[in-house]
Write a protein that binds this ligand. Structure first.
Ligand code: ADE
Ligand code: ZN
Length: 333
């Protein structure tokens, strides 16, 4: 059997705060003189049974309160990049949620400089990485605008903007202005859409926000015209199978629509979303879809090639990394 960890791959949908393992949450609480997130690590982990996206977000935002200093952000990202490298990740585009940290009084500088110092260390070890700043869609758009302004001194360290948090009832439209401004600043635009929300949110993310990549997007399958558009425009979808099961977006992994997305010719990729909460990092997601959905070697290879194609890397670098995927596939024969 192929070693799924060894396929060269890009991770394009991971929230750095979602990589906060309980062990690190306890260590940071101790280091910062804060209350522990729960009575014990086991008790905290036992809470990770979610009804839906909101029930996850409640715990996710509560736990990240242990992140206070640039060193905390550095250590969090450093731990993720080490794990990602062991999972075959050659390139990562990593989300962070600055508004959640600014609201606790953590300066933007501590967040970005802490994360970016870990990015530079990862690059020095051969894992390319970039940062994407997400806006919280359940917070008024004026706050997103203020956040973008506060990020301006650091834009040499951020490649794009995204949109995340509670989706239903928070369509993308309200964020048109901040996304437009971000795009004029040279930032890429991506957005979560079609995770819990309807296909219309996917369309609005493309048309109103100018999103070049859709995070999740699985509910787009409900609308055949939208599927045709996503295929024709080669819009990448960053799919997160274990997340979808844990947040009950799909009933079971064996019912996940990833095979249909591939057979429809969509530019689907596999990612981990919030791996500390959903039971696996990116290679674990590849293994899960191989085992539960019976994906073939050729489909796994396609997912890995798609991951580079869907990235914001240069065309030349995409081609080099895709060639590494084909070299891996040859070795498997
Ligand atoms: N923030 C962290 N994980 C998220 C998800 N799966 N959907 C929306 N916002 C998120
Ligand atoms: Zn996400």
């Amino acid at each position: 059997m192929s070693d799924i960890h060894a396929i060269p791959k890009a991770e394009l949908h991971v929230h750095i705060e979602g990589t906060l393992e309980p062990e690190m949450a306890f260590a940071l609480a101790e280091r910062n003189g804060l209350a522990r997130p729960a009575a014990s690590i086991e008790e905290l982990r036992a809470r990770y049974r979610f009804r839906d996206l909101q029930s996850f977000l409640d715990i996710y935002y509560a736990n990240m309160a242990v992140l206070r200093t640039a060193t905390d952000f550095h250590d969090l990202a450093g731990a993720y990049f080490r794990r990602a490298a062991a999972q075959g990740v050659r390139h990562a585009e990593v989300f962070f949620d600055p508004q959640a940290h600014l609201a606790r009084g953590v300066p933007m500088q501590a967040v970005v400089e802490g994360l970016y110092s870990a990015v530079e260390e990862a690059r020095a070890r051969g894992l390319s990485a970039d940062l994407i700043m997400c806006f919280l869609r359940d917070v008024p758009a004026e706050d997103a605008l203020r956040t973008l302004r506060r990020a301006e001194p650091f834009l040499d360290r951020i490649i794009g903007v995204g949109l995340d948090s509670a989706e239903v009832g928070h369509p993308p439209d309200a964020f048109a202005e901040v996304f437009s401004l971000a795009r004029t600043m040279g930032l890429h635009a991506v957005a979560h859409a079609g995770e819990e929300g309807p296909p219309a949110y996917v369309r609005t993310a493309l048309d109103v926000l100018g999103a070049r990549r859709i995070d999740h997007g699985i509910r787009a399958l409900e609308d055949p015209r939208l599927v045709a558009r996503l295929r024709e425009e080669r819009v990448p979808l960053t799919v997160c199978p274990l997340s979808n099961v844990r947040l009950r977006v799909v009933d079971t992994l064996s019912a996940h629509p990833l095979p249909r997305m591939l057979s429809e010719g969509l530019l689907a990729t596999v990612n981990s979303d919030d791996p500390a909460y959903f039971g696996g990092y990116v290679a674990d997601n590849y293994a899960a879809v191989r085992d539960e959905l019976g994906l073939s070697q050729a489909e796994l290879r396609q997912l890995a090639v798609n991951s580079f194609e869907a990235s914001f890397l240069s065309g030349e670098r995409k081609a080099e990394l895709a060639a590494e995927v084909f070299a891996w596939a040859l070795e498997q024969q």
